[in-house]
Unconditional design. Structure first.
Length: 446
C-alpha cells in the first residue's frame, strides 16, 4: 500500500511522490504494509545512529513520559536535562561546557548565531553581527539557517526573506572551487575566509559557521588535516567565534563522539542534533565553553532566546538512553570498523564510469556521480540522475539519501550513506550489491 497527494489529509513535502507506509522498524531495516523490507542505508536523514526499534530507548521515553512529559525550562530544571548535559560535557573539546537543548538542528543553528551576537554585544562590540558560512553547505531550513546555507532551489523562492550573509569556498577537494589541487594548493580555501573578513571588516563579523566534515551538500567531503588549524588561527586573530555544525557528524557518526576530535579542533560553539536521540524524539543541542556564558552572566543578563520545548524532559531521557546504548555496545569502535569495511567494499564501484568519487569517514560516506570522470562533468540537471538512482535503489529495498546541485548550484548528483552503527558485513554486502545493480540500470537509461 502506498499513499500520494491528494489522497488523505497529510500535506506531503513531495506532492508527486508515492509513499510506502512503514509499519515498523527493526535494527537497520524498515518494513511496510505490503511486507517489503528496506535496508535503511541512510539512517533516515543520517539520524538513526543506533537502529530502529531499540527497546532501551522506548523504555526510557515511556518511563519519563509517565513521570512528567513536559516541564517549562524557564521556571524549572529536571534530572534528565542535568544528566544529559553532564554526559555531553564529558566529550566536548573544552572543559566545563554548557549545553542548551532544543528540538531540531535548524533551531540549534539559529540559537548559535543569536548567542554569538549577544556575546559580542555584552562584550561591548555591538557592530559584530555578520556571519560567514561556506559554499556548498546546508545548516537548516528556518530563515536564518537557510540564509547561511547554499541551497539555490530554496533561495530562489525565499531569497527576499533571507538575511544578508557571506560565503567562502568549502574544502571540497574533489571539486575545488578555488581551481587548485591539494596539497600544492596551500589550503587556499581556508585563507579565503581571511580575505572575506577583510572585505567586511572584522569589527562587523561575529562568527564563522562551518560543517566539520561535509554533510549532504558535499557528500561527506573530508577537509585536509591542516584546514581547521588555519581556520582556528584566522578566527582568533580577528576576534570571530568559530561555530561548528555537528548536526550530522556528531554523536559517533564519523567514528568519534564529534568530528572535530579528528582534527584536534576546539570550536567556540558546537551545534548537535539528528543522532543525539537517534530519531526516537526530536532533540538538538548547542554546546559552549563556560567563558562564553559567563560573559552574559557577568552582565546580569539572560540568553535572549527561548523556545517552548527547550530542555524537554522526554527528549533528554531519550538522549541519555541513546548515548548509554552507544557506550554499552561499543558502537564508536564498531562505527570505525564497519565504516572502513564499507568504504573498502564500495571501492569496487569506482570502476563504473558514472562514479566520480567515493569519500567519507566512519559511517558517513558520499558517492558522487559524473557524466565524464576525467573532466568531472556532472550530468545535466534535467536528466534527474540522483532522483532516478534513488528510486531504483528503493525498488530493490535500499534507502539512500539524495542531494543535487553541489557542482554549480544547479547541477551535480550524489548520494549519502549513513547507516545505523549496528550494521554487519551482511548489510555492507547488500548495500554494495544493490548500488552496483542500480549503476548498471542507470547506464541503460542514458
Amino acid at each position: 500500500m502506498t499513499v500520494q497527494y491528494p489522497r488523505g489529509n497529510v500535506f506531503y513535502r513531495n506532492l508527486h511522490h508515492s509513499f510506502p507506509i512503514i509499519t515498523h522498524g527493526e535494527g537497520a531495516y524498515l518494513y511496510d504494509t505490503s511486507g517489503n523490507r528496506y535496508l535503511d542505508a541512510s539512517g533516515g536523514a543520517a539520524v538513526v545512529n543506533i537502529g530502529h526499534g531499540t527497546k532501551e530507548i522506548a523504555a526510557a521515553v515511556s518511563s519519563q513520559a509517565q513521570k512528567a512529559g513536559y516541564i517549562n525550562g524557564t521556571q524549572f530544571s529536571h534530572v534528565p536535562v542535568e544528566t544529559l548535559a553532564k554526559i555531553i560535557s564529558d566529550f566536548l573539546p573544552f572543559p566545563d561546557g554548557k549545553v542548551y537543548f532544543l528540538t531540531s538542528g535548524s533551531e540549534a543553528v539559529e540559537a548559535s548565531i543569536k548567542l554569538a551576537r549577544q556575546y559580542w554585544v555584552e562584550r561591548g562590540q555591538p557592530s559584530k553581527h555578520h556571519v560567514i558560512a561556506r559554499k556548498p553547505s546546508y545548516h537548516g531550513n528556518t530563515l536564518a539557517a537557510l540564509s547561511l546555507s547554499d541551497r539555490r532551489q530554496y533561495k530562489d523562492i525565499y531569497g527576499p526573506m533571507l538575511m544578508k550573509t557571506s560565503m567562502v569556498p568549502a574544502p571540497y577537494c574533489y571539486r575545488c572551487f578555488c581551481g587548485e589541487v591539494y596539497p600544492s594548493c596551500g589550503i587556499k580555501c581556508a585563507f579565503e575566509l581571511e580575505k572575506q573578513i577583510q572585505v567586511i571588516g572584522k569589527e562587523n563579523v561575529s562568527a564563522f559557521l562551518t560543517e566539520v566534515i561535509g554533510g549532504g551538500s558535499t557528500g561527506a567531503a573530508v577537509p585536509p588535516p591542516e584546514y581547521f588549524s588555519a581556520i582556528r588561527k584566522i578566527c582568533d586573530q580577528n576576534e570571530i567565534l568559530l561555530i561548528v555544525d555537528e548536526i550530522m557528524t556528531g554523536i559517533g557518526r564519523t567514528g568519534d563522539w564529534l568530528a572535530c576530535h579528528h582534527f584536534d579542533l576546539k570550536p567556540d560553539i558546537i551545534v548537535m542534533g539528528k543522532g543525539l536521540a537517534s530519531g526516537y524524539i526530536p532533540l538538538s543541542a548547542v554546546a559552549v565553553p563556560r567563558e562564553i556564558v559567563d560573559t552574559i552572566y557577568r552582565k546580569n543578563q539572560s540568553f535572549m532566546h527561548a523556545q517552548t520545548f527547550a530542555h524537554h524532559p522526554v527528549g533528554c531521557a531519550a538522549g541519555i538512553a541513546t548515548l548509554d546504548y552507544i557506550k554499552n555496545n561499543n558502537l564508536l569502535k564498531k562505527c570505525n570498523t564497519v565504516g572502513t569495511l564499507l568504504k573498502d567494499t564500495l571501492s569496487s564501484l569506482s570502476s563504473n564510469s558514472d562514479v566520480g568519487d567515493i569519500r567519507g569517514k566512519g559511517l558517513l560516506v558520499g558517492i558522487e556521480f559524473v557524466q565524464d570522470k576525467v573532466a568531472k562533468k556532472p550530468f545535466p540537471r534535467e536528466f534527474g540522475y540522483t532522483e532516478k538512482f534513488v528510486a531504483n535503489a528503493l525498488k530493490k529495498g535500499l534507502v539512500v539519501w539524495p542531494n543535487v546541485g553541489h557542482a554549480d548550484g544547479i547541477n551535480g548528483d550524489l548520494i549519502l550513506l549513513a547507516p545505523p552503527f549496528i550494521i554487519e558485513q551482511e548489510e555492507v554486502s547488500l548495500i554494495n550489491r544493490v548500488l552496483s545493480e542500480t549503476l548498471e540500470e542507470m547506464q541503460k537509461l542514458r
